[in-house]
Each structure stands twice: as C-alpha cells, then as structure tokens.
Write a protein of this length. Sequence first.
Length: 168
Amino acid sequence: MKKKLILIGGPMGVGKTILGKYLVEKKLNNAIFLDGDWCWYMHPWTFNEENKAMVLRNIQFLLNSYLANSQFETIVFVWVMHQQTIVDDILRGLQGDFDVYSYSLIPSEKELTKRFEKDIKQGVRSPEALPGAIDRIKMYQDVNSIKIDVTNREYPQVSEDILKNSNL
C-alpha cells in the first residue's frame, strides 16, 4: 500500500497540533503525528542559517524514518509552512513511495485572535507573537495546498475535510 503524507500548515495558534493529534488518535489507523516545532524546541531560540539547516535535516530524518517503517500507512506532519519553499525543501529530502496531501488552515484575523487569546490565558503563547501570526495568514495563499477556512469551525469538522480530500 502506498503511504500518505499529510502536511498541515497554518499560522501559529490556528490549531494545527490539536487537529493533527485528533486525526491520528481518533480517525486514522496505523498513523503517526509529527510536529515540526519539536525540532525547534531550544533555549535560547535562535533563528539562523545553521539552526534552520539542522531543523530541516531533522524533520527530513523523522519523516523518512516513518515513511520507511512498514507499520505506518499515514504520516501527519504539522508546522508553520507559510512559504512554498519550506514545503519544497522538506519534500526534496524525502525517500520512498508516498502521496503528499498538503493543506493550509486559513482563519480570519478575528478567529486567529480569539484562538490566540485562549492560548495566552492558558500560558501556551505570548501576546507578542500574535501580530506575526496574523501577518502570515495571507502568505498561505501562495502555498500549493488545499486551503481550509477554519473560521467558526472546530477540529472535528476540519478533520472531515482532510479525510475526504486525502481519500481516507
């Protein structure tokens, strides 16, 4: 059976992680959830070319490991993939026989602000990150992906769109 790689992008705070976990835990069999942020979890957080290259290699290594593992049929990968070059760079380093399904979660500015404020209250996000997340919303229009409007929609509803469009 040909594997499926589901890429879920969207601005910070839109709900990629909870959606990806929900798909793997409740909707899919023989699936794995991976979050690109795991490879950036460092202190101090330093965005430079050396770290960027290292994170990309680590993401490719993880994805290749699960693509090569016979137990898994579907890999769900979430990350802030707001530029097509990010997706292309990831895919360029992957091996194996698999189909790629790329999605971008698109909220309204009001919706993203509402979700972000909830995360801020829970101590998950800082208010300083919201303007950058809002600025990235429009960048997803240039990504070669299926756009899913998540405004006033919860992750179970959004998961059905992904399942339908990925033939799952």
